[in-house]
Design a protein around this ligand. Structure first.
Ligand SMILES: N[C@@H](CCC(=O)N[C@@H](CS)C(=O)NCC(=O)O)C(=O)O
Length: 218
């Protein structure tokens, strides 16, 4: 049975990194559209797959997994003999990848969330933006990017000179910044700008951004 990938149609959040992993690893799948407007993700059938009632979820021949990063890791390991090498095999390389992935989850993402909340989602919903809150959030996020500038001055990607799962995790929410006309990813410093432009030009991302989560084979 072909792998089922459950998500909404909006290209953003955990669904994006699962879609990117499917594309990078050249894994055939079926996209099952979850109608969030109709609260399909809160039905008993869906809650049986993810008790938190969130997307994305995968069903790999009866093996059901939620939490996007866990899904990606499962897929990368299962299909390690094909597609991109996203989880380095050497102990030291793997540990540096884990370090960078932990930084994304524990530092980058928590600093980015308040910026998105105030500077992207509020204007998107036509709610008033509190400029002081946004400025503070941008200051915090900017400080994290200053550290990224140093890290990315030492190597091409966040965990070394190869694109890895740690880089891939950054696609979940940071591309949404431009929806709020926040161009911080390409105005902080030359190294962050170079890295971000490279991520934004990656063919799998360009295709998903243009076409969404298409049903069928990649
Ligand atoms: N940590 C989870 C986050 C999942 C999540 O927050 N999903 C959002 C979409 S990006 C969702 O399902 N929202 C619907 C809701 O909150 O009702 C993951 O990475 O899979």
């Amino acid at each position: 049975m072909v792998l089922k990938f459950y998500s909404g149609s909006f290209v953003g959040g955990g669904g994006v990194i699962v879609a990117l992993t499917l594309a990078e690893m050249k894994i055939p799948f079926e996209h099952v559209f979850v109608d969030m407007e109709a609260k399909e993700h809160k039905t008993p059938e869906y809650l049986a797959m993810n008790p938190f009632g969130l997307v994305p979820v995968i069903d790999d021949d009866g093996f059901v997994v939620y939490e996007s990063r866990a899904i990606c890791r499962y897929l990368i390991e299962k299909y390690s003999n094909q597609g991109s090498n996203l989880l380095p095999k050497g102990l030291k390389e793997r540990t540096l990848m884990e370090q960078a992935a932990a930084v994304e989850y524990a530092t980058f993402h928590p600093a980015l969330t308040p910026v998105l909340r105030e500077g992207v989602f509020k204007p998107f919903r036509k709610l008033p933006v509190d400029q002081a809150v946004l400025d503070e959030a941008l200051k915090e996020f900017s400080a994290k990017l200053d550290v990224y500038e140093v890290i990315l001055g030492k190597h091409k990607f966040v965990a070394g000179d190869e694109f890895t799962f740690a880089d891939l995790c950054h696609y979940a929410y940071a591309p949404l910044l431009t929806m709020g006309e926040i161009n911080i990813m390409t105005s902080k410093g030359p190294n962050v700008t170079r890295w971000w432009n490279e991520l934004m030009a990656r063919p799998t991302w360009v295709k998903i951004k243009a076409e969404g989560y298409k049903k069928g084979l990649q």
